[in-house]
Design a protein around this ligand. Sequence first.
Ligand SMILES: *Cc1c(COP(=O)(O)O)cnc(C)c1O
Length: 454
Amino acid sequence: MRSHLLNGTTAERYRSSVTEGVERVAARLATASQPFTTASADGLAPRIDAVDLDEPLHDTRAALDELDELYLRGAVRAHHPRHLAHLHAPAVIPAVLGEAVLSATNSALGTWDQPAGAPLIERRVIDWTAERIGLGPAADGAFTDDGAHAELQALLLAREEAGDRDPATLRIFVSEAAHLGVRRTARLLGLGDDAVVTVPTDRSKRLQTVALARALERCARDDLSPMAVVATAGSADFGSIDPLPEIARLCAQYGTWLHVDAAYGCGLLASRRNRHLIDGIEHADSVSVDFHKAFFQPVGSAAVLVRDRALPDLRTGRRFDALKLWMTLRVMGANGIGDLFDEVCDLATRGWKTLVADPRFDVVTEPQLSTLVFRYIPAKICAPAAIDRANLYARKALFASGDAVVAGTRAGGRQYLRFTLLDPGTTTADIEAVLDLIAGHAEQYLGEHLDRAC
Ligand SMILES: *Cc1c(COP(=O)(O)O)cnc(C)c1O
């Protein structure tokens, strides 16, 4: 068994078993004709259950063959041009290379007696991010597995800042388009269900600052403590960006911690054309970013950045995830990443124009980032609930066919569909083709349920 350790084998055998895996994955991913194959989870479960984990295959190639059957063949392909569903980016190759290197070297960053380059590289990438945000010289930060943990760390600091105030009086303000994770975070912080105050959005799904001002005023009047405002720079559903400068002014006025959730909008930090859309982010006390969304990194790669304090990090087993972004910046540069993000945003704008011009669809709002929320509407008058079901049906039928993967969401109480465009390889023609497929499935549903539906 020692031969499975690097010091128990030869460099040549080590290299050949690693490259064999890489070649297998490359062949599978590069030849995928569909974003998803219909090998259903139902079919896989008994086969995965049947694997005897106490009976190893003792052969890398055989294990890869088995893995191909059980996983690779059926995995949803984030990099397929008709994978339009989630904030799930196709990973750029330099980052995948970084991932392989960090797994192979297996650095753990909790201690400084690790290879010195690793923590120094991590520090440079954190400083680079803080500089892009404009947080100033006292900024600190840390890599995290995901955006949820980044936000949790930030709000822990906000809670500390609130001192010994009665936790029952602490309030966190978010827009109604904010990520649902804020509620979970509040619970983890031991705050009550009343702690999260939802502020309405405007037609573009951006937080209404007039309503926020009123909510903060009410909070002060009721002797409650405005612990934090969580502004969203790119909502998961709509890509909407809250008016950061006005929110920052209100936070300064009320002495409230400003956290900016830039899990999605962080791609603009690298954009040459659209950085201005997140102007005001530099006033934040803390920012969370998901590099594994808008920086085209493999999951997990996220970070929390704070303006003016040292961020305690107690994890001795911290992964060297910074290496993925480092490799990306060294090979492609920030402009390379920003250009890719600009491309998907431009694609969304073209998709929006297509949707607006197409009477078969209703589209919620002009995209600020790379998200389109729309629904099929039939030419004849139908019950709203039937239209909801037709859209839901279209989404499921599309997924079952393996032709495309799209997301669903609700807006104004009704069922909508969502394209989250993160693959620069997606074209306007892909969007048009998928829209035709959606309309076809929805029409088929309404045709079959015509008597009851319309
Ligand atoms: C994805 C997302 C999150 C959560 O990030 P994870 O990395 O999935 O934990 C939070 N906020 C927004 C706006 C997001 O898009």
